[in-house]
Design a protein around this ligand. Structure first.
Ligand SMILES: Cc1ncc(COP(=O)(O)O)c(C=O)c1O
Length: 372
């Protein structure tokens, strides 16, 4: 068991552990955001994020957590009365729908089964049935279930039927930990946030936009100020890049260092490490006699694993037992709040951390005398 004073091992799907080098990068004396020194760091961030998003387009910083970046997409691309389809196969898919509706967008909910990945046929049918749909929103890894939706196939299907329809992707718990190919998959908007795969403090998001998305921003009539993508683009494109208003300087410095770390490891290796950890987490759960929360996905996210608590055991009891052993996991979300728990294995998390988590889980199960 770990002493109460030792920091908990954060096996949560965000915020995730911030590596020492990244912590130090953000802990230096404050630098002013209108200086060449800060611009250089911001330029580094934007440049090093391009391969992470898989794009040649500039990646924009948005001073907000992931939710803000997604809400910003609604404001920047749409107008009241516009129709969109939202793939709601998880809490975060549903979140897209809620944000859009709150702005007066007509939402067609599709793929609402939380136990399945997005079905491209449902997407194609929605586009045929509702010809006014101008965007399809979905989540790459839905953090509530651990599904990985096949963005490439969905985007290809949309392009084949309606080339003008925007493909909007929530990559908050995936981009940086799972391969993403914004340009070649034909995505129009994608967002990620600082506190997950980018292993930094919460408070900053990043978005990528296609040419189609930029055209949509000039048509969209919803008001936006703080997170107006065109205003951010104007500042970030200066010879010495800046942001509108004051950015969270320390997080920008952290992200620059985190991206250097990721590129030193090599992005392919980073993705491979995540895939290996996910496999270990799934196999480890099975060896302990535990079922996955949604065992029937064709494709699982590699950044988290959602596990069903054994019959008669409250997930809270399991999580408490693991916390006493120094490991913090996350509760189930939405309809799984009372039946499952989630292990995050993203960003700086390594195989040894997954193994330590599985040991804590095994000990807790034994303590609770869960029959195997
Ligand atoms: C897939 C997904 N989308 C959006 C969000 C919201 O991000 P934030 O908490 O940074 O606002 C989260 C947070 O867990 C997430 O996992």
């Amino acid at each position: 068991m770990t002493s109460a004073a030792a920091p908990l091992l954060l096996m949560t799907p965000g915020p995730t552990r911030v590596p020492e080098r990244v912590l130090r990068a953000g802990a230096r004396p404050m630098i002013h955001h209108r200086t060449r020194e800060f611009s250089a760091e911001l330029a580094t961030v934007v440049e090093l994020l391009k391969p992470v998003f898989g794009t040649e387009a500039p990646v924009l910083p948005v001073h907000t957590t992931g939710r803000g970046a997604l809400e910003a997409a609604i404001c920047n691309f749409l107008s009241i009365g516009d129709e969109i389809a939202v793939c709601c196969n998880g809490k975060f898919g549903e979140m897209w729908a809620g944000f859009a509706e709150s702005y007066g967008i007509i939402v067609h909910r599709i793929c609402t089964d939380w136990t399945r990945e997005v079905d491209v046929m449902d997407v194609a049918r929605a586009l045929e049935t509702h010809p006014k749909i101008c965007a399809v929103a979905l989540t790459y890894s839905d953090t509530s279930t651990g599904v990985s939706n096949d963005i490439a196939t969905v985007a290809r299907t949309i392009r084949a039927v309606r080339p003008d329809v925007l493909v909007l992707v929530d990559g908050v718990s995936s981009i940086g930990g799972m391969p993403f190919a914004f340009d070649s998959w034909g995505v129009d908007f994608a967002a990620t946030a600082s506190q997950k795969c980018l292993m930094s403090s919460p408070g900053l998001s990043f978005v990528a936009l296609s040419d189609r998305a930029w055209t949509a921003t000039s048509r969209a009539k919803l008001p936006r100020n703080y997170w107006d993508f065109a205003a951010i683009q104007k500042e970030i494109s200066k010879e010495c890049p800046e942001t509108p208003g004051t950015p969270p300087v320390d997080i920008v410095l952290q992200i620059a260092e985190a991206l250097r770390l990721m590129h030193e490891e090599g992005l392919e290796r980073v993705y491979q490490r995540h895939a290996q950890m996910a496999e270990r987490a799934r196999n480890g759960a099975a060896e302990l006699g535990l079922a996955l929360q949604c065992p029937n996905f064709g494709s699982f996210s590699t950044t988290l694993t959602a596990i069903a608590a054994p019959a008669g055991v409250a997930p809270k009891e399991l999580r408490n037992g693991m916390r006493v052993r120094g490991v913090l996991t996350a509760g189930g979300l939405g309809k799984y709040a009372d039946t499952s728990f989630r292990i995050g294995h993203m960003g700086d998390i390594r195989m040894a951390d997954v193994d330590r988590t599985l040991v804590a889980l095994a000990e807790t199960l034994a303590e609770l005398r869960v029959a195997r």
